[in-house]
Write a protein that binds this ligand. Sequence first.
Ligand SMILES: Cc1ncc(CO)c(N)n1
Ligand SMILES: Cc1ncsc1CCO
Length: 222
Amino acid sequence: MKFSEQLRKKADSIWNASFEHPFVRGVADGSLPIECFTYYVQQDSFYLSRFAQVQAIGAAKALDFHTTSQMAFHAKSTFDAEHMLHEGFAKDLGLEKNSEGHMAEEPAPTAVAYTNHLFSVAYKGSLGEVIAAILPCYWLYWEIGEKYKGSTPEHPVYQKWIDTYGDEWFATLVKEQINRLDDCAKKASAEEKQRMESIFITSSRYEYMFWEMSYTLEKWPV
Ligand SMILES: Cc1ncc(CO)c(N)n1
Ligand SMILES: Cc1ncsc1CCO
């Protein structure tokens, strides 16, 4: 079994919890309160701005020219996706970007914790560990897109979100990173692969927590 398949299997119960989360189900059937989605878009705009920085650190960590170029291309694609997806939402939902170029008035505890996890891996880990950290973000959304492709939430904003992650351009990016994970794993020691697994599980847990954060409109307690 490929290393990516092993990780996917280990994360299965965590990913199933995401598929069934009321936020995800609510987008698919149109029942999600719009204030939860607006809050999600703001926090996700912050998240993706940090995600692109982590991809760029991955570009710098790559050991060959081609991978550096591809990782930098992926950082640019994250910006393009954020722009494409969230710009439309911003108009519909009445949101604006701040001086850092994202929409969160204040990043919420889970969004800060998740992006700090990504940064910690990016600064101290190998490229393989960086890919293990960012892969659940790609792969989980791809599976959500595939799962809910046929849904028609009768809400233009929710429909656009489902269509984006069910689209072929996204699938191509995801498959490339799954292959990169397997390439890195082939060259990694047993200890490094153990770290990659643990990092992948942590990111999977944070993906679940990101839905919960959005559904409950999480705030700092003080
Ligand atoms: C939190 C989060 N994870 C993954 C994606 C999709 O890449 C996203 N937009 N936001
Ligand atoms: C993971 C992800 N999310 C939005 S775009 C993208 C991939 C950018 O390469």
